[in-house]
Unconditional design. Structure first.
Length: 106
């Protein structure tokens, strides 16, 4: 819940406006989105899928997801467009251009 904040006299912005700008752009925003993904991962993908994969990072529109087996890697690769839509719908962003799956234990 973000209130509309106007500039103070002399053109100085309030601290909450500055913090909002910092955390809503660039690398901080990407890390914030990954944190939101972690917090809501089971709700987004379901319990079964969440047991086999985790979001790792979001960078330049690419979401990296660690998958625990080749079978799940292949299954998720077939579902990545649906997964992308669910993530964007649930979080209201971020823009995800591509999902990259990596093999290995999450």
């Amino acid at each position: 819940m973000h209130k509309s904040v106007q500039r103070r006299p002399g053109g100085i912005e309030s601290i909450d406006r500055i913090i909002h700008k910092v955390f809503s752009s660039g690398k901080f925003a990407e890390r914030t989105h990954v944190g939101q993904l972690w917090a809501q991962w089971k709700d987004i993908v379901g319990d079964d899928v969440a047991q086999h994969c985790v979001p790792e990072k979001l960078s330049d529109g690419k979401l990296y997801i660690r998958v625990d087996s080749p079978v799940w890697h292949q299954q998720l690769d077939l579902l990545k467009e649906d997964l992308k839509e669910k993530i964007e719908e649930k979080l209201g962003g971020p823009r995800i251009d591509r999902i990259v799956f990596r093999s290995g234990l999450p």
